[in-house]
Design a protein around this ligand. Structure first.
Ligand code: FES
Ligand code: FES
Length: 275
């Protein structure tokens, strides 16, 4: 039997991300909530206490004051959703994850104890676009791939913000600037250079050309890889799915319409090719 939503809490865990050097627990708010039921007063007090755990920075994206205010607002919002039994409110029924068919299990190529031939962690090799490649370590996967010639993988921000460096690692889309090269040893990587097969453009490449989605050389490789991953999950994406899939890819010239149209068109091209 599900506990009553207004029952006193036995345990409370609140974690805050991006408002301190590492993810932190809001321990004062957690202790306060134990033994209490969620109502407007307790929620407001817990949200106020949660701010104590935050030590945000001031930077170009927002002030520390704004971030503290957001901790309070978002904590209160989350607790109200829990109290109302609506923790998944606003979540898509089937979120786009860009995980292909991996189910999010990492690392995929080693899941059953099997290794891909040509990819060996001890030998510091990975299978890149189907070819065994020695990847230098001591750097990001982005720098490592570029060092060995995969310069289609672009550096836009180098801090996980823009998606220009998106590649598929063991079947999942990752931002290569946020992954140590060592993480890819023994794994399988697909870069933009590997999308075309047997001299035939990938449907997303063809669609980007047809729809005018190719706008600049920095963003396009990442868009193409994310779009290709989307087609594995949603063979017929609509505009909403395309937009969700590309939330991690920035176009600084803001020309998103043609890009989204291209992703939908890619689904049509893929369907036509397999008919
Ligand atoms: S370069 Fe990796 S996310 Fe921008
Ligand atoms: S596609 Fe690169 S800035 Fe718009």
């Amino acid at each position: 039997e599900a506990p009553a939503l207004d029952a006193p809490l036995i345990r409370a865990s609140i974690a805050l991300g991006a408002v301190a050097p590492v993810v932190v627990r809001a321990s004062a708010a957690e202790s306060f909530l134990v033994g209490k039921s969620l109502n407007e007063e307790t929620i407001a007090e817990a949200a106020r206490l949660a701010v104590q755990a935050a030590s945000p920075i001031d930077d170009i994206r927002s002030s520390a004051e704004y971030r503290r205010a957001m901790v309070e607002a978002l904590t209160a919002r989350a607790l109200r959703q829990i109290a109302a039994g609506e923790t998944r409110a606003g979540w898509p029924e089937q979120p786009v994850l860009l995980w292909g068919d991996t189910g999010g299990v990492w690392p995929v190529t080693r899941r059953n104890g099997k290794r891909s031939e040509g990819a060996d962690a001890n030998e510091r090799t990975a299978l890149v676009n189907g070819r065994s490649v020695a990847l230098p370590g001591g750097m990001t996967l982005l720098d490592s791939l570029r060092a060995v010639g995969f310069v289609g993988v672009k550096e836009g921000c180098a801090e996980g913000e823009c998606g220009a460096c998106t590649v598929s690692l063991d079947g999942m889309a990752v931002m290569a600037c946020m992954v140590p090269a060592e993480r890819a040893w023994g794994g399988e990587i697909l870069t933009v250079e590997g999308l075309a097969a047997c001299g035939q453009l990938h449907p997303v490449q063809q669609a980007f050309i047809e729809s005018g989605g190719v706008q600049c050389g920095y963003c396009t490789p990442g868009f193409l890889v994310s779009a290709a991953k989307l087609l594995e999950e949603r063979p017929h994406p609509d505009i909403a799915a395309a937009a969700e899939a590309l939330t991690g890819n920035f176009c600084r010239c803001t020309g998103y319409h043609k890009i989204l149209e291209a992703v939908v068109r890619a689904g049509e091209l893929q369907a036509a090719a397999s008919a």
